[in-house]
Design a binder for this molecule. Structure first.
Ligand code: ZN
Length: 182
């Protein structure tokens, strides 16, 4: 495969207010999908540091996440009921309703997050139709997510602002490079 140029700075920066509104919109889209399709929902978003969320690199990560999910559905005989992609200035997202129990689905999604070479760059939430809540990793004895740069838990480094954005992007680019060599 020819190595493609991945850029994370060729988008539009957003501010905190836009980010918060995007979160609200995501919750709204999730609710709508649950009302319409009455099945567990996968809500995909990307782990991109900094103010630019709609770069070509982000789009690349999104497309690879969709490929990984579709591969998983195919392998496990999971029927997609509806799939919506949103490409906002605040980032690319997907909401997918599928025929599968939320618990089983969460296991598959955690497996992708933990084992796909790009999985750490994806947030694949699973929302139960009954509780209308995201299933948490800890419910499944899963470790909290690791920092992109070091071996600490992501939350610890995030809170301490331990790494510069530049350092985090170098770690992200390394992951992509590794993935493209497979
Ligand atoms: Zn760290």
């Amino acid at each position: 495969m020819e190595k493609m140029l991945i850029k994370f700075d060729d988008g539009t920066p957003i501010n905190l207010e836009q980010m918060l509104l995007a979160k609200e919109k995501r919750v709204e889209n999730q609710k709508q999908a649950m009302i319409c399709y009455k099945h567990p929902i996968i809500s995909l978003s990307l782990v991109i540091p900094g103010a630019i969320k709609n770069s070509s690199g982000a789009r690349y990560l999104f497309d690879e996440a969709i490929k990984a999910l579709q591969h998983c559905f195919l392998q496990n005989d999971i029927t997609i009921i509806n799939e919506d992609h949103y490409h906002y200035i605040t980032g690319s997202e997907a909401i997918i309703a599928v025929k599968c129990s939320a618990k089983t689905l969460k296991k598959y999604c955690m497996d992708i997050e933990n084992n796909h070479p790009l999985g750490r760059l994806w947030d694949i939430d699973v929302i139960d139709i009954v509780t209308q809540q995201s299933l948490s990793r800890s419910q499944f004895d899963n470790q909290p997510r690791q920092c992109l740069v070091c071996h600490e838990a992501a939350k610890v480094c995030g809170r301490a602002k331990r790494h510069s954005i530049n350092e985090i992007f170098i770690a992200i680019e390394k992951k992509i490079e590794k993935f493209q060599q497979i």
